[in-house]
Design a protein around this ligand. Structure first.
Ligand code: ADP
Ligand code: ADP
Ligand code: ZN
Ligand code: ZN
Length: 820
């Protein structure tokens, strides 16, 4: 392969990954290139599946030639030739499963620097030894708090759990956590022997006695006298406090049932030793600028920058003196602070100043996580690299997207190329070059419709992108509906919402808007979901497990809803065994269809035989997975197609059964669009298929594993599954950014469905950034004005035309421009 790096283009020849149809395309380097097209058209297959995958493959080949054979097994991208391809870095959106210990500080590597600062330049208590940087990390043996092992919380018992009914006496079983039967009677005898009244209601015992009974580590032995009818001989009984008993069961019991029972009495509480900071007291005693490292970790980044900036700007710093108690005005302090402040400034530029270093990565939105990664890359000083980005603007308010674009421009200016899969037409307009793929999705796409400077796309008739980019698309006209009543929430507090009152109109489409961190998700996916779900007796969705109790003064209007439906972006399943067909339930109909064929009946195959989860029907080599793990030490979790079934997942006998000349594996391989024709006579399946097409998912394959779906696709599958129930009603639908990751043409489809739900009597509330969608809403609740502490208030509420004029709203100017 000839590689001429003086050529300013990356030249792709014969790309055929997934649906790409033998694509030839030339893409400029040192430019910002937007890859556009409706979802499923093949943008990611070209940008990630071909360009990035090939760059990655070449990199591994160069560092580990012996890996070649293994890499071949995994499969190189389907492309004849690529020339001029620089090394690539991918910044993908997919919500991975970040480890629960990763935080904003570890993701950005700022934590390392901060620990170095405390180690070298902190102020130590008199006589204390200087600590290694490691000692400030909860993730090292040297630093982790010994009580909670660096987790920041411990399981502990609480009085309200141990004693659910304080009106009972000990004899009546007040201490629910104590064992029952003989052991329980024994403990009661011991308590009696200790002189505590076991017939008084629990709440009337002295505080000292109650605490001792529940929490003491003491285990006095008491001589128990013989009791007629219970014990014949006296003996020495050993006391166990309720906590000691519960902890003993949790630590030592082999009985799953006992352990489960014991778990009912414990709750995670902040670690009493480190107060949740996860590090040891010696490290917490060290300060910088008057703060411990735990305090700095808990501060918003904007405050951290303000705290350290004076040191970074210190004019004449001295050298460090070994053994000195403080290194705060030394050269080391100035250097490290300057580095920290410069890095934090990038995050502030990106509108993330409200995050703290200690914030768990599992609680970040994908948009926040991607901006953190971009900021980290920006400081890494690489040049001559292609950054392949997945919709950097997704999930961002237009006011947050602007600074991000400035940062991307800086990446480009320092000599890199940016390949960006993008749907936001405002971002596409700023690109130097656009590669538009289409015209449709799946088999209806996969061609390059245009590759060149943005202006030239105007003349490409068949491009959906061109229609939206140059304003040729027909806007969806509808007149705003009026609310049919209200849900009033008063005095709501959670995260940055503090004593806020919100009124949500009924039987209309409401968009909740505001910059990143203003409180939209907290309000919609947590507060509304918990309040309405709680009223309906539905179990509240388990968020990150990290959210504090909801505080709410008053709510009215809850009785207007008979159902709550939360349509979020969480995966529809975590294993490749769940897929589109299984999730929507249509696979049951397909399996029944195969079982009803003559061939299946002759062989005695039932519907369960056609499941790839059942031993009779599935391929034994891969146990019905369709792929097998490939041993690649440096690429954990790499898979290759199963050598026996080649991905079909079934054994040969099962595949001999056909319906209309297709076996069941071939049906799973069909896109929804084709299956709609193929299964037209199967009512249960065709209803699902129709709703999937209605939300723009006609390009997905029926067997597409849950793990391959983007968050936006998962969300639309959930919505389609809801739509297929299609009943009139008074449900509350809550959606978090349903349009993220969608082409404007797909957004139009989706929004039509949401309006359909409202027409059927339901209430829909969406967290939304897309201005076209906000413009078609009946009502807007704008939160802000800023993120974090600068947000959390209702800035304006009303129909879109009024929000566009609202003073102090970050959304207003953008909406005004759009509604012109
Ligand atoms: P876009 O990025 O434009 O949304 P993709 O490149 O993700 O589109 O998908 C293009 C087509 O390739 C779709 O029909 C999709 O279903 C299919 N596809 C995507 N990933 C895979 C895969 N791992 N295996 C087979 N087909 C795939
Ligand atoms: P939005 O959806 O508008 O981007 P969020 O509701 O996600 O805003 O966040 C509002 C505020 O609450 C932000 O300051 C954010 O940092 C904080 N926050 C969100 N989730 C958590 C959490 N799990 N723990 C602590 N703070 C959180
Ligand atoms: Zn601790
Ligand atoms: Zn197999």
């Amino acid at each position: 392969m000839s590689d001429d790096l003086t050529d300013q283009f990356v030249r792709v020849r014969g790309a055929g990954e997934h649906n790409l149809r033998n694509v030839d395309v030339d893409i400029p380097r040192d430019a910002m290139v937007a890859f556009t097209g409706v979802s499923g058209s093949g943008k990611s297959s070209l940008a990630f599946g071909t360009l990035y995958a090939e760059a990655q493959r070449r990199y591994f080949e160069s560092v580990a030639p012996y890996a070649r054979r293994l890499l071949q097994q995994v499969g190189a991208p389907h492309v004849r030739e690529i020339t001029g391809l620089p090394p690539a870095v991918a910044l993908q959106q997919r919500r991975g499963a970040p480890s629960s210990r990763s935080t904003v500080g570890t993701l950005t590597t700022l934590s390392n620097l901060l620990r170095m600062l405390y180690s070298r330049a902190g102020t130590y208590p008199p006589g204390a030894r200087r600590l290694d940087a490691e000692a400030f990390s909860p993730n090292t043996v040297a630093g982790a708090c010994t009580r909670c092992h660096g987790l920041g919380e411990v399981h502990d018992v609480t009085e309200d759990l141990l004693v659910p009914d304080p009106s009972l006496s000990i004899r009546e079983g007040a201490i629910a956590a104590w064992p029952g039967a003989w052991q329980g009677a024994n403990l009661r005898s011991i308590v009696n022997g200790l002189g505590i009244d076991i017939d008084r209601p629990w709440r009337e015992l002295s505080r000292k006695d109650r605490e001792w009974l529940l929490y003491t580590d003491e285990q006095p032995s008491v001589l128990i006298a013989p009791e007629p009818g219970r014990i014949d001989h006296g003996y020495n009984g050993k006391f166990w406090s309720a906590r000691k008993h519960v902890m003993h069961v949790l630590a030592d019991s082999r009985s799953q049932r006992m352990r489960e029972r014991a778990l009912r009495f414990v709750r995670s509480v902040p670690c009493p030793e480190c107060h949740g900071s996860r590090i040891r007291p010696e490290a917490l005693a060290v300060t910088f600028a008057g703060r411990s490292i735990a305090e700095v970790n808990a501060m918003p980044l904007a405050e951290v920058a303000a705290l350290l900036r004076p040191v970074a700007d210190l004019p004449d710093a001295g050298p460090a003196t070994p053994g000195a108690e403080s290194g705060e005005s030394t050269e080391a302090a100035v250097r490290i602070c300057a580095d920290l402040v410069a890095r934090i400034d990038v995050l502030l530029d990106l509108g993330l100043g409200y995050l703290s270093l200690g914030r768990h990565s599992t609680t970040l939105s994908p948009g926040e996580a991607q901006r953190l990664r971009i900021a980290t890359q920006l400081r890494s000083g690489l040049f001559g690299v292609v950054y392949v980005l997945d919709e950097p603007s997704a999930g961002l308010h237009p006011a947050d997207a602007e600074p991000l674009l400035v940062v991307l421009d800086r990446l480009k200016a320092s000599g890199n190329s940016l390949f960006v899969v993008e749907h936001d037409m405002d971002v596409v307009r700023r690109a130097d070059w656009v590669v538009d793929i289409g015209p449709g999705a799946g088999a209806g796409g996969g061609r390059v419709l245009y590759s060149g400077p943005v202006a030239g796309l105007e003349d490409v008739e068949e491009s959906a992108t061109g229609r939206y980019l140059f304003g040729r698309a027909e806007p969806d006209e509808r007149s705003p509906r009026s609310p049919r009543g209200w849900l009033h929430l008063k005095g709501v507090s959670r995260h940055n919402l503090r004593d806020v009152s919100v009124d949500v109109p009924l039987q209309v489409l409401t968009a909740v808007t505001g910059v990143s961190g203003s409180g939209k998700s907290t309000l919609v996916t947590q507060v509304l979901a918990e309040v309405v779900g709680g009223h309906l007796g539905q179990t509240p969705p388990d968020h990150d497990g990290a959210s504090p109790e909801l505080d709410l003064r008053d709510a009215s209007g809850l009785e207007s809803f008979d159902r709550l439906v939360l349509v979020d972006q969480r995966p529809i399943g975590r294993t490749p065994r769940s897929n589109l067909a299984t999730y929507t339930g249509m696979f049951d109909a397909v399996r029944r269809l195969y079982a009803s064929t003559e061939e299946a009946r002759a062989r005695g195959y039932t519907a369960s035989r056609f499941s790839f989860n059942v031993p009779e029907g599935r391929c034994e080599t891969c146990q019905g997975e369709g792929f097998v793990a490939v041993e690649l030490l440096f690429l954990p979790g790499t898979y290759g197609p199963c050598p026996t079934c080649h991905g079909a997942r079934y054994n040969a006998e099962t595949l001999e059964v056909t319906y209309r000349a297709k076996n069941i594996a071939e049906v799973l391989a069909m896109p929804v669009d084709d299956a709609a024709t193929f299964l037209a006579d199967v009512p249960a399946a065709s209803r699902s298929l129709r709703t999937l097409r209605d939300v723009g998912l006609g390009y997905l394959r029926l067997g597409q594993p849950a793990t391959e779906l983007s968050g936006g696709e998962a969300q639309r599958i959930k919505l389609a599954t809801e739509l297929q129930r299609a009943r009139r009603g008074h449900a509350l639908y809550l959606l978090d950014e349903p349009t993220a990751g969608l082409h404007p043409a797909d957004i139009a489809l989706l929004v039509r469905q949401l309006h359909g739900l409202v027409d059927a009597g339901n209430t829909v509330v969406v967290v939304e950034h897309d201005l076209d969608t906000i413009g078609t809403a009946d009502w807007v609740i704008d939160l802000g004005p800023g993120g974090g502490d600068a947000g959390g208030r209702v800035v304006a509420a009303g129909p879109p035309t009024e929000i566009a004029k609202a003073p102090g709203s970050a959304t207003a100017p953008y909406l005004a421009r759009r509604l012109e």
